[in-house]
Write a protein that binds this ligand. Structure first.
Ligand code: AVJ
Length: 358
C-alpha cells in the first residue's frame, strides 16, 4: 500500500485472546483485580483521548507544554541522525512535535511505534505518513516487552520515547525490569526520553482521576463493558462505583470499581459466576507518581542515568533524557542511587505553561 510503511505483528503478543484468562484469574483472587492494559480497546482508546482533554487531567497538557518549549533542546541533547522508537502509538501531538523537530535536523526519519492496539496504531501510522513525506514508519503490534525484541537491527542511534507517564502503570519491580530490558537493547549512543508525573498536592492528583464529567469513571468501567461484550458477562454498570484515591505510602493513584451491593455476576464464556459483597472492590490500575530522586532510584539498577531533564514551572511533570551507563556489577550508581542526581543538568523551563482548568 505504502512503501514507507512496514507492519510487524508479533505472534502471541496480541491481547484479545488473553482477556478471558486474566478475567478468570483476576476475579478469582481474594483481592479482585483486572490489569489496566485492557482499558485500551477502540472505545477505551477514545475515552483516554477524552481524558487527556479534561480540565482536571493536567499531565497531558503539562507534558505537551514542556515538549513544545524544549523539543529542539531535547533532540539536540539526544544526538544526531536519530531513529525514533516509541512505546505507545504516536497519534498524539506530542510525538508530532518530536517528529517535526527531528525532520528539521535530518533529511529523513524512521519512526517505530510499538503498540498493543494494532488497528489504532495502523490508523495513526497512515496519518503520520500522509503528513510527513520524509518519514518512514515500522509499526510493531505487540506488548512493549515483546516489541523491544521485535525491533529490527539499528542502523543509526535510537531515541526511545516513553511519554505520558505511562511507566507509572508499572509497579516498582516491573518498571525496573522494563527499563532494564530497554537498556539491554541500547548502544552507547542511544537515549531514552521519558515523561513522569511528579508527586504534588493530593487534591490536584485526585481531581485528575475523579473528573466532574465522569469520563475517567467511564474509562474504568470500560473493563466491565469489555467483559460483557467479549465474554458474555452480566455486569450492571450502575452497580459499580468508580473510586480513585491517592495512596501516599505507595506514591500512587489507585483505581477501583466498588460493588454497590452484594451481587453475583455470571460470565457465560467462563461458565461461572463471581460473587461480590457490598463494598468489595476490583483493583484496576496503579498510576505511580515520582520525584526526580525516586525515579533515579528506579533507573540506577537498570544502568540508566539522567543526562538532562525538563520540567514545568510548578514541577508537576518532568521529561527526562536517560543515557546508558556501563553495565558492570560494581557500578557506583548501582550501589548509590542518589549519586545519579549529581549528574543531572538542571534545565527547568520557567514561563507561562497552560494551567489546568483554564
Ligand atoms: C496513560 C497510564 C499515563 O495513569 O494517568 C488516566 C491512564 N488512568 N486516567 C495515567 C489513566 C486514568 C494514565 N496513563
Amino acid at each position: 500500500m505504502n512503501d514507507r510503511f512496514t507492519f510487524i505483528d508479533v505472534p502471541g503478543s496480541r491481547l484479545q485472546q488473553k482477556l478471558c484468562a486474566v478475567t478468570e484469574e483476576g476475579l478469582s483472587k481474594p483481592h479482585k483485580e483486572l490489569p489496566s492494559r485492557f482499558f485500551y480497546d477502540a472505545a477505551g482508546s477514545v475515552l483516554f483521548e477524552q481524558i487527556c482533554a479534561l480540565p482536571e487531567y493536567y499531565p497531558t497538557r503539562t507534558e505537551h507544554a514542556i515538549l513544545a518549549r524544549s523539543a529542539r533542546e531535547m533532540i539536540d541533547s539526544a544526538g544526531k541522525d536519530l531513529t525514533l522508537v516509541e512505546f505507545g502509538s504516536g497519534s498524539s501531538s506530542k510525538t508530532r512535535l518530536l517528529i517535526e523537530t527531528l525532520l528539521e535536523r535530518q533529511p529523513a526519519l524512521h519512526y517505530l511505534p510499538i503498540d498493543i492496539s494494532a488497528d489504532f496504531m495502523r490508523q495513526s501510522c497512515y496519518t503520520l505518513l500522509d503528513d510527513y513525506e520524509r518519514l518512514a514508519v515500522t509499526g510493531i503490534a505487540a506488548e512493549y516487552s515483546d516489541g523491544i525484541h521485535a525491533l529490527p537491527a539499528p542502523d543509526s542511534p535510537r531515541l526511545f520515547l516513553f511519554l505520558g507517564s505511562n511507566i507509572g502503570n508499572f509497579d516498582r519491580d516491573e518498571a525496573e525490569a522494563f527499563l532494564r530490558r530497554i537498556r539491554q537493547q541500547m548502544q552507547p549512543e542511544d537515549r531514552v526520553l521519558i515523561g513522569i508525573d511528579l508527586i504534588k498536592e493530593r487534591s490536584i492528583l485526585t481531581a485528575a482521576y475523579n473528573d466532574h464529567a465522569g469520563v475517567t469513571a467511564a474509562f474504568n468501567k470500560n473493563l466491565l463493558v469489555r467483559i460483557n461484550n467479549e465474554l458474555g458477562g452480566k455486569f450492571d454498570l450502575d452497580a459499580f462505583v468508580h473510586e480513585a484515591p491517592y495512596i501516599e505510602a505507595e506514591s500512587r493513584i489507585e483505581m477501583h470499581l466498588v460493588s454497590h451491593h452484594k451481587q453475583s455476576i455470571p460470565i457465560a464464556y467462563l461458565e461461572q459466576s463471581f460473587a461480590f459483597t457490598a463494598g468489595e472492590r476490583i483493583h484496576t490500575e496503579n498510576s505511580h507518581k515520582y520525584t526526580l530522586g525516586s525515579f533515579g532510584e528506579l533507573c540506577a539498577p537498570a544502568c540508566l542515568k539522567t543526562e538532562a531533564y525538563w520540567t514545568d514551572e510548578r514541577n508537576w511533570f518532568a521529561v527526562l533524557l536517560l543515557k546508558p551507563i556501563e553495565m558492570s556489577r560494581n557500578s557506583s550508581t548501582t550501589k548509590n542511587p542518589a549519586a545519579i542526581l549529581t549528574a543531572v543538568i538542571p534545565t527547568a523551563v520557567s514561563s507561562d505553561l497552560a494551567q489546568p482548568g483554564e
